[in-house]
Structures are given as C-alpha cells and as structure tokens.
Write a protein of this length. Structure first.
Length: 209
C-alpha cells in the first residue's frame, strides 16, 4: 500500500509512416532493403552481442537481403567489437550512430521490427516508441520488458540467440503475425502517456501532502 508505480510515457513524434516514406527511408539507409532496428547505447546489458549472433542465424536461415540497423552511440569495445568483427554478414549491419529526435521516429516507423533484447532494463522506452510507430516488437522475456510490452510483443530468451533469430524469422515470414503485433501494440500504447504519468505522480504528491 506504500508503493505507487508511475510508468514512463512516449513522445507523440512516434507514429506510423506511409509506404512511400518507408521506402524512402530504406533507400537512404539500407540500399532499399528492409531492416530490423535496435535503438540504444552499445552497453553489455543491452545484449548487442547476442543480437549480432541472432542476426547471423537469421541471415543464414533465410538468405534474405534484410539488414540490421544499430542506432546509438558508435562505441564498441570488448565482446561487442570482437563479435561484430567476426560476423559473416557484417556488411548487412548498418551503424548509424546517434540519430536526431526528428529523424529517429521516421526511421523506426520504417523498420520490419524493433529487435530490443536487453538482459536488464529499467523500463524500455523504445518498446513504447515502436508501439506508437506501428512497428512489431521483439524483446526479452526478462526484467521490465514483459511488464511494459504486455501481450503485444514476441518474447525471447536474451541469453539464447536462437530464440531471437526465430522471432526475427517469424516477423520476416509471417506478415499477418506482424500486423497482429502492430494492432496489439497500438492498444497497449494507450496504457502509457506522459499525461497519465503526470497524473499518477501528482496523485502521489497529493497523497503525501
């Protein structure tokens, strides 16, 4: 009874784009190819190593031209760099560095899916951003991710790249499933807004006073 939970929200800048704009983004960043996207700092807890391994498995299984876009500070060291440099499909990994607040929403909305599989996360705002952008979500079945995503994502074992690769393949091969996830994500996004967060926070303050 002593604890109140106040969730994060998501800026309204994230929203679906038209097919024409989606293709324009792909032409600009991936030579016209569809892409999965990761957003975040290249930190060990973000699990980029296993994401790279999963992408390798996905490419080997499908033979597709799909790319993996990594959006975040281009700082790679240790296992992350070693894994990247050993990748067979390294040329299909697109490193963009940090994106502007204006560019990120249109790029995210043009992705096949958000591939966001940390081993630990305090919240996971990119999940909400993807929901609002009309993009399917692949995420981890650990830490805060299930609480945020509800039933609107494909959940994976972040310690097993095979489960991440299988989820990527499902999105690639099953467009109906992808659309179902988009619809579920749209519904789930209604549970989170900065207005709702402000209301809950004010209720906490009011109760304390």
């Amino acid at each position: 009874e002593e604890v109140d939970v106040v969730y994060n929200g998501c800026t309204a800048d994230f929203k679906p784009v038209t097919a024409v704009e989606r293709q324009a983004v792909r032409d600009e960043y991936t030579g016209g190819s569809p892409f999965f996207i990761f957003i975040g700092l290249l930190h060990p807890r973000k699990n980029v190593v296993n994401l790279f391994k999963a992408f390798e498995q996905f490419k080997a299984a499908t033979g597709s031209d799909v790319k993996l876009m990594i959006v975040g500070k281009q700082w790679m060291a240790g296992d992350i760099r070693e894994t990247y440099e050993r990748m067979k499909y390294r040329d299909d990994v697109v490193m963009t560095g940090r994106m502007s607040d204006e560019e990120l929403p249109r790029v995210l909305a043009s992705a096949l899916a958000l591939t966001y599989v940390p081993v630990f996360e305090g919240f996971g705002i990119p999940i909400l951003e993807a929901f609002n952008a009309g993009v399917p979500v692949i995420t981890s079945a650990v830490s805060s991710m299930p609480e945020v995503a509800g039933k609107a994502a494909l959940f994976t074992d972040p310690f097993d790249p095979g489960t991440v690769s299988a989820a990527m393949e499902k999105i690639y091969r099953e467009p109906e499933l992808a659309q179902q996830l988009v619809a579920l994500g749209h519904e789930r996004s209604r549970e989170f807004s900065w207005e709702r967060s402000a209301e809950l926070l004010w209720n906490c303050i009011d109760k304390a006073l």
